[in-house]
Structure formats: structure tokens, C-alpha cells
Design a protein around this ligand. Structure first.
Ligand SMILES: C[S@@+](CC[C@H](N)C(=O)[O-])C[C@H]1O[C@@H](n2cnc3c(N)ncnc32)[C@H](O)[C@@H]1O
Length: 178
């Protein structure tokens, strides 16, 4: 484990990774699906092949195991079982998404070292990011501000939030805006 100091908490098809097999990273997801699972001829190379099948709401890693955690959970509640988006990115349970995201974030936080970085990715085409942050007990340091008006028109509404586990705040949640 010593050389595995980065965690991708829901890796999916690792589409965002430059090196999809980064040697210092553990990739987890709650499913495994083989190439060709989407639809004939559509994204034929897409697969979900985590190192470990694990639920981000209940991880089996010890506390403070990673220096960097990236959390890119599903962000849509309205997908049908057969939709291509669900096959690629998974879906949120409309009844429980708030607690699922909160539990996932709390687990990512728990397994993060002190002074470690947690990156949350959220596309708010359906659920505004402020609603998500409301359920997260820690305040981000900063976010990308490129998803402004122009981006909204272009439907490019992906936000990245950067959190640092500063021990004082991690213990007390001081500085958290509700
Ligand atoms: C938005 S996709 C991740 C996309 C990925 N970052 C990429 O670059 O391709 C979200 C992933 O979260 C996974 N997921 C959903 N619920 C999960 C859970 N409870 N635990 C672990 N993974 C989960 C889904 O299977 C899906 O692959």
C-alpha cells in the first residue's frame, strides 16, 4: 500500500485520467463491466474495471491512507435502467442521493491524510452544486469559476471543488458555512 497514495473513489471508465493505470493510484467502483457493455458500436472501449469493488459509502481502507482522493460520483437521478448515460456513469438514487453523497464524502475524508487534498467533481445540470455542498460538512477552499453564464448556455456545468484536510478544521468543522 505504501506506493498507493492516491484514491479514485468511483473510477468508472477512468475517462478523465491521463494515465488510466497510474502506478500510485487505487481505483475503486461498486461494479465491474466489460468492454462492449454499452451498446453495439457505441463507446466500444468503455469498461469499468476497478482494482477493488468497493462502495464509496463504506470503504475498507484504514483512516488517513491517502494523500489525494478524487470523488466523481454519479450526478443524475432521472436515468432509466437502460440509458447509455447510466451505463457509462451510473445514477443517483432519487430517494437517498443526499445521504449517499454525504456518506461518500465522509468516507473520502476519513481515508485522507492530514493536509491531504480531496477533489470533488460535480456536474449540476440536474442538481445545483449548492444543494450538494449543503450536505457536505467541510467547506471547499476553491472551485473552478469557468462554468459561468457562457458555460451554462453551452451546458458545460462541470465543477471541481478542492478541499484540504487541515487538521484543526477537520476535527472541529470550523469555518464551515451552512
Ligand atoms: C461519474 S462516474 C465516474 C466517471 C469517471 N471519473 C471517469 O473518468 O470515467 C461515477 C461512477 O461511480 C460509481 N458508483 C456509483 N455509486 C457508487 C458507490 N456507492 N460506490 C462506488 N462507486 C459508485 C458508478 O458505478 C460510476 O462508475
Amino acid at each position: 500500500m505504501e506506493d498507493k497514495f492516491i484514491l479514485d473513489a468511483c473510477c468508472g471508465g477512468r475517462m478523465m485520467w491521463v494515465n488510466k493505470n497510474h502506478p500510485n493510484t487505487i481505483y475503486i467502483d461498486n461494479r465491474r463491466v466489460e468492454k462492449g457493455h454499452i451498446q453495439k458500436g457505441y463507446n466500444p472501449g468503455h469498461e469499468v474495471n476497478p482494482d477493488i469493488i468497493m462502495d464509496f459509502r463504506k470503504m475498507s481502507f484504514p483512516d488517513k491512507s491517502f494523500k489525494l482522493v478524487v470523488f466523481d460520483p454519479p450526478h443524475l437521478t432521472s436515468l432509466t435502467e437502460s440509458s447509455i448515460m447510466r451505463k457509462k456513469f451510473g445514477g443517483l438514487n432519487p430517494e437517498t442521493w443526499q445521504s449517499d453523497i454525504k456518506r461518500g464524502f465522509n468516507e473520502c475524508w476519513r481515508v485522507l491524510e492530514n493536509y491531504g487534498i480531496l477533489l470533488l467533481k460535480w456536474n449540476d445540470i440536474e442538481i445545483p452544486y449548492k444543494k450538494v455542498l449543503y450536505h457536505i460538512p467541510i467547506k471547499p477552499l476553491f472551485m473552478n469559476i469557468t462554468a459561468g453564464q457562457k458555460a451554462l448556455k453551452q451546458k458545460n456545468r462541470t465543477y471541481w471543488f478542492c478541499f484540504m484536510k487541515i487538521p484543526m478544521f477537520a476535527k472541529t468543522n470550523e469555518g464551515v458555512e451552512k
